[in-house]
Write a protein that binds this ligand. Structure first.
Ligand SMILES: Cc1cc2nc3c(=O)[nH]c(=O)nc-3n(C[C@H](O)[C@H](O)[C@H](O)COP(=O)(O)O)c2cc1C
Length: 333
């Protein structure tokens, strides 16, 4: 596979962890960087309008050791988007991504997110305003289109490339599909054929083998992996290694996964304080325990934690149980 270049940004990975609201915050991105210094990663989406009216509250914060990292913006007003893009550039984003894929009604009813795919002229106008206002490469994340009858991703991507967009991420579903059904990887290949800048294929990749299959079907330059990375911050590294060399890297042991969960809890508390940090940590901690013995019970208990101490004690007890299970298994053979 050929190295990916997004404008002047040269990448050492074929993997991108795209934005996930409520997930790809600084703590999550730090967890990914424990394993993987190279894959592209993006912030949660940020409202350009909120940033314009309340910059103190909504200004995005990047850490100096997390590059390459992009900031995703949403909005449909050129002035707000340009203002947000300039702030993202000041903050040191390696790329600025425009959200044209979010299907949530509260976003699309204001003409933002996937609604821009229905208004291609507006989408191009906004993207051009952003491209012309910053030196940082601008990318777009889109779906296949609004619905089965309006799959205009290839035509829109072509127009966006002409005004200077340097890369695309394409989720192989329409807005109307939301997250139902299966991502249509064949349809992603039509976008890849319509542009010459890099395209990341996205949707339903859960393993290194899935990633390779998507590349074979679509001929995309790289893959974007979202949900499968939750509770698996090592996955992007594993997938990049498999795509680059065909090698399978081991995943952490269950006990190592619990240590990662504790680290994630502490990062969230450091950034957001104990109250918010613990509340937001619950879903992440539960994800780390997927597939462990008794995981349904553990997840239910994790969802009840209210303090760092409760979380730490629960996870420490889990490590003891896992050690005992391991010792038992070893004596049985
Ligand atoms: C909880 C959650 C939040 C998301 N937030 C965003 C977002 O802010 N911006 C965006 O472009 N896509 C967002 N997405 C979509 C993902 O980036 C990705 O396109 C989608 O989940 C399909 O990829 P996957 O099958 O690998 O998860 C979100 C998805 C999830 C599950």
């Amino acid at each position: 596979m050929k190295k990916i270049k997004i404008g002047n940004l040269e990448l050492n990975s074929f993997v991108y962890i795209p934005p996930m609201a409520g997930v790809t915050d600084l703590a999550f991105r730090k967890m990914v960087r424990v394993f993987d210094k190279d894959s592209l990663i993006a912030t949660e989406m940020i409202s350009s309008k909120a940033l314009m009216y309340n910059p103190e509250q909504y200004r995005m914060k990047l850490s100096s050791d997390e590059h390459p990292v992009g900031i995703q913006l949403f909005g449909h007003e050129a002035e707000a988007m340009v203002n947000a893009a300039r702030i993202a550039e000041e903050e040191g984003a390696d790329f600025i991504d425009i959200n044209m894929g979010c299907p949530a009604p509260k976003i699309t009813k204001g003409k933002d997110g996937a609604a821009l795919m229905r208004e291609p002229e507006l989408a191009v106008k906004i993207a051009k305003a952003v491209v012309d206002s910053v030196k940082t490469p601008v990318t777009v994340k889109m779906r296949l289109g609004w619905n089965e009858c309006e799959k205009n991703a290839p035509e829109l991507a072509k127009k966006l490339e002409q005004i200077g967009v340097k890369g695309f991420t394409v989720h192989g579903r329409t807005k109307e599909q939301g997250y139902s059904g299966k991502a249509d990887w064949n349809a992603i290949s039509k976008v890849k054929q319509s542009v010459s800048v890099p395209v990341f294929g996205n949707g339903d990749i859960n393993s290194p083998e899935d990633a390779l299959r998507l590349i074979e079907i679509t001929n995309c330059d790289g893959v974007a992996i979202a949900r499968a990375t939750m509770g698996m911050p090592w996955l992007s590294k594993q997938i990049n290694e498999f795509l680059s060399s065909g090698k399978h890297l081991d995943e952490p042991s269950d006990i190592e996964k619990v240590n990662l969960a504790i680290l994630h809890l502490d990062e969230l508390i450091k950034i957001k304080g104990e109250n918010t940090g613990v509340r937001e940590a619950r879903r992440h901690l539960a994800n780390y325990t997927k597939g462990m013995p008794n995981s349904a019970k553990i997840r239910a208990e994790i969802c009840q934690i209210n303090s760092r101490e409760e979380g730490f004690n629960l996870l420490t007890k889990l490590k003891e149980d896992l050690t005992n299970v391991k010792a038992l298994a070893e004596t049985a053979y």
